[in-house]
Design a protein around this ligand. Structure first.
Ligand code: SF4
Length: 281
C-alpha cells in the first residue's frame, strides 16, 4: 500500500458531522482503496466526534464513515456519499484515538458508535475497529441502513453490542423514491438480528409530507414489535442543518421548503410506535 495515504493533515476530530469534508482521501490510489476494503486495515472516516448523547446508549464517541450507496433525498451528510471524501485512517490509528476516551466512556455508560455514510461499505474496517473496542471493554453500536448486513458473519456480529437500524419507509415504492434503493435487504437483516436475539434499536427519520403517514408508520411499528428484539425507537426529526452541503456540493436538493416536523407530529409518531408496544423517544 502506498505511503501517500497517510499524508492528509485534516484533523480526524470534528465538532459535529455537519462539517463539510470533501476530497480528503482523493490522493489514495484506487488499488489502495481496494486493498483497504479487502483487508479492513484502513478505512475512510469523515470524522470522529465526542460527547454524543443521541447516537446510542450513554455518552458516545462516534466514528462517521464515508461512503454510502443510498441517495436519500433528506440525507444530512451528502459529503459522506463518496468514500474518498473521507480521511484515510489505519485501524490502528482509529483504535488509538478511541483509547483516549475509553475510561470516560465506561464511566458515562457510553461507548463507540460507528455511523456514516453507511459503515458496512467498509465492513472489514468496522469489524476490526469494533474488535479493538471490545478488547478495551468499550460498548459498540452500529448505525446502519442494513442493506449490506449480509456482509457480516455471525461472528462479526458478536463484536456488535447494538445495531441501530434505519428503516426509512415501508411501502417499497416510497422507499425506492426516498432512498434510490430497495427495502428488502434491510428487512432481511432486521429479521436475521431478531432470529439471533441481538439487541436492536430502530431509527426513523420523520420528514413532513414524506414519512409522516400514520398508516405507513404503523406498518413499521408492527413489523418491529413482531421482531421481539427492538429495545427502543428513536424518532429523528428532519432538519435543514445539512442543506448547505447539498448546495456546496452542487447536488440538486428537493427539500428546500420543508420545515422541521412540529412537536405534535413527533409525539403522534412516537404514539404509533408505543401503540405497538415499543418504547419510542
Ligand atoms: S443511508 Fe444515510 S448516509 Fe446514506 S444517503 Fe441515506 S441518510 Fe445519507
Amino acid at each position: 500500500m502506498s505511503e501517500t495515504i497517510f499524508t492528509t493533515t485534516a484533523p480526524l476530530e470534528a465538532r459535529s458531522p455537519f462539517e463539510l469534508r470533501v476530497n480528503l482521501g482523493k490522493d489514495v490510489p484506487e488499488t489502495d482503496v481496494r486493498s483497504a476494503l479487502a483487508t479492513g486495515d484502513m478505512g475512510f472516516l469523515h470524522s470522529f466526534t465526542t460527547g454524543a448523547t443521541v447516537d446510542g446508549p450513554g455518552v458516545r464517541v462516534v466514528a462517521w464513515t464515508s461512503g454510502c450507496m443510498w441517495r436519500c433525498i433528506y440525507c444530512h451528510n451528502p459529503d459522506t456519499w463518496k468514500m474518498t471524501n473521507g480521511i484515510p485512517v489505519t485501524v490502528t490509528k482509529a483504535a488509538e484515538e478511541l483509547r483516549k476516551y475509553r475510561h470516560g466512556l465506561k464511566i458515562m455508560s457510553g461507548g463507540l458508535t460507528i455511523s456514516g455514510g453507511e459503515p458496512l461499505m467498509q465492513h472489514r474496517f468496522v469489524v476490526k475497529l469494533f474488535t479493538a473496542a471490545k478488547e478495551m471493554g468499550v460498548h459498540t453500536a452500529l448505525d446502519t441502513n442494513g442493506y449490506y448486513g449480509d456482509r457480516l458473519s455471525d461472528s462479526d456480529l458478536d463484536v456488535v453490542d447494538l445495531v441501530m437500524l434505519d428503516i426509512k419507509a415501508w411501502d417499497p415504492e416510497r422507499h425506492l423514491r426516498l432512498t434510490g434503493m430497495e427495502i428488502g435487504p434491510t428487512l432481511e437483516f432486521a429479521r436475521r438480528l431478531a432470529a439471533s436475539r441481538r439487541p436492536a434499536w430502530l431509527r426513523y427519520v420523520l420528514v413532513p409530507g414524506l414519512t409522516d403517514d400514520p398508516g405507513e408508520i404503523q406498518q413499521i411499528a408492527n413489523f418491529c414489535a413482531g421482531l421481539g428484539n427492538v429495545e427502543r425507537v428513536d424518532v429523528l426529526p428532519f432538519h435543514q442543518m445539512g442543506k448547505f452541503k447539498w448546495h456546496q456540493l452542487g447536488i440538486p436538493y428537493t427539500l428546500e421548503d420543508v420545515s422541521q416536523p412540529e412537536s405534535v407530529s413527533i409525539e403522534r409518531t412516537c404514539a404509533v410506535f408505543r401503540s405497538a408496544g415499543l418504547k419510542a423517544h
